[in-house]
Design a protein around this ligand. Structure first.
Ligand SMILES: Cc1ncc(COP(=O)(O)O)c(C=O)c1O
Length: 409
């Protein structure tokens, strides 16, 4: 009879990043920069809060939508960055990726059209594909003078029509570092209002932002905003939350993973239009039922230190970026931009036309672990992704020496 699972699932490609990482498994001499996480552990106060929760015996289910305290604290956090979202708009999820999948399950039927801007972290197009959607990829394009990737706004808008159910956007973007400008966001929002298309905005890197200040007229800390909001103005990338109203068909995905060094905790959230919480609660019930309480306690502790912790972390990440990107750009034949957001240098190197083969060779012969561009779709072929979130920038420099050697041999 055969193990006839759904064809769509059987056809899903395996992770090419894992394929490279598996080639280096167990080798202490490899410098690993392939995954999207820092080599720094979660802050002690966050770990302590979770440990205390467990010690108190908080080992039971929680509400589908998360602890009321955490939802309230997240509302205040979101308010500080983007203005108060209002009542009943936040759901806690067991990770950003689970928030994204929940959003897809909420909106997408088999056969629906979903437009995704690529290259992008492969989970984004895979999720609607799993649900049977028709996924249309709209490519960013590299500027061959600077290495920065740009959106052709006209092309994107031409690709989103009344038959497009969802537009899926990730900005700051993994892997390219591309970020929507405020003007682009406004144009996209206006267009999707006209076509009736939902926007799912993956903003998990919003705090990992090295870019310029937001214009004062659209910044959340405009006159009249609370002092806490004023203090945090400009510490996040442009967000759809800055320009949408609670009635807009826009879902914004957030995560504790990147800005609080909590990748292994699996904690995220959704900011939803008003009126969708019940439907999302049902979906969470059927997927994970709730995020673990002790993990949510960790999330609460993280939000309590956000004002001090996140800017200091971003300064450390920026130091990594500023060591790595110029060093890459100085290598012969290498094209590397300097991302305004995210954790990654994204670059093209001679000999990397088959990026998977090249990345495997970097691991096996040079002890350098990078993610192959092809992992992010055909649009990323020929490019490589390097996560610069290392506490020790000397490791980044050592990695660059290894790449230099690989390029000269
Ligand atoms: C673009 C993007 N979205 C979402 C996620 C999900 O993050 P998490 O599931 O750890 O919250 C990641 C993680 O790498 C990502 O790169």
């Amino acid at each position: 009879m055969g193990l006839n699972i759904r064809h769509t699932i059987a056809a899903l490609p395996g992770s090419k990043i894992r394929e490279v990482a598996n080639a280096g498994l167990g080798r202490a001499d490899v410098l690993p920069f392939w995954f999207g996480e820092s080599d720094e552990v979660t802050p002690a106060v966050v770990r302590d809060a979770a440990a205390l929760s467990l010690a108190r015996g908080e080992t039971f289910y929680s509400h589908n939508l998360g602890l009321a305290e955490l939802r309230e604290a997240l509302r205040a956090y979101v308010a500080g960055l983007h203005g108060d979202p209002g009542d009943e708009r936040i759901a806690i999820t067991s990770s950003g990726v689970s928030a994204l999948m929940t959003a897809m399950q909420l909106l997408v039927d088999a056969g629906d059209e979903v437009v995704v801007v690529v290259p992008v972290w492969p989970n984004l197009p895979a999720q609607p594909a799993i649900l049977g959607a028709k996924v249309v990829r709209v490519p960013l394009a590299p500027d061959l003078a600077t290495g920065a990737w740009r959106l052709d706004l006209d092309q994107l808008l031409a690709s989103v029509s009344a038959s497009t159910r969802v537009l899926l956007l990730n900005a700051p973007n993994n892997p390219t570092g591309w970020t929507l400008t405020r003007a682009e966001q406004q144009a996209v929002l206006a267009h999707c209002r006209r076509t009736g298309t939902w926007i799912v905005a993956d903003e998990v890197y919003e705090r990992v932002w090295f870019g310029p200040a937001q214009p004062a007229d659209t910044a959340p800390g405009a006159p009249g905003a609370p002092a806490a909001a004023q203090a945090r103005v400009n510490s996040a990338a442009p967000s759809f939350l800055d320009i949408t109203s609670p009635e807009d068909r826009v879902l914004v995905v957030g995560s504790f993973s990147k800005a609080f060094l909590m990748t292994g905790w699996r904690l995220g959230w959704l900011v939803l239009p008003a009126g969708l919480l019940d439907a999302v609660g049902k979906l969470i019930e059927f997927n994970s039922s709730c995020a673990p309480v002790f993990v949510q306690r960790g999330g609460l502790a993280a939000l309590a230190i956000a004002d001090d912790f996140v800017p200091a972390l971003v300064a450390r990440l920026k130091a990594g970026r500023d060591v790595l990107c110029p060093a890459l750009a100085a290598l012969p034949g290498v094209l590397s931009g300097t991302p305004l957001g995210g954790l990654y240098a994204w670059f093209r190197a001679p000999g990397a036309d088959d990026s998977l083969a090249f990345a495997k060779r970097l691991v096996s012969e040079f002890g350098l672990g990078l993610a192959p561009g092809a992992a992010f779709g055909a649009e990323g072929e020929g490019w490589l992704r390097w996560c610069f979130a290392s506490q020790d920038t000397a490791r980044l420099s050592q990695g660059v020496q290894r790449l230099r050697l690989a390029l000269t041999l």
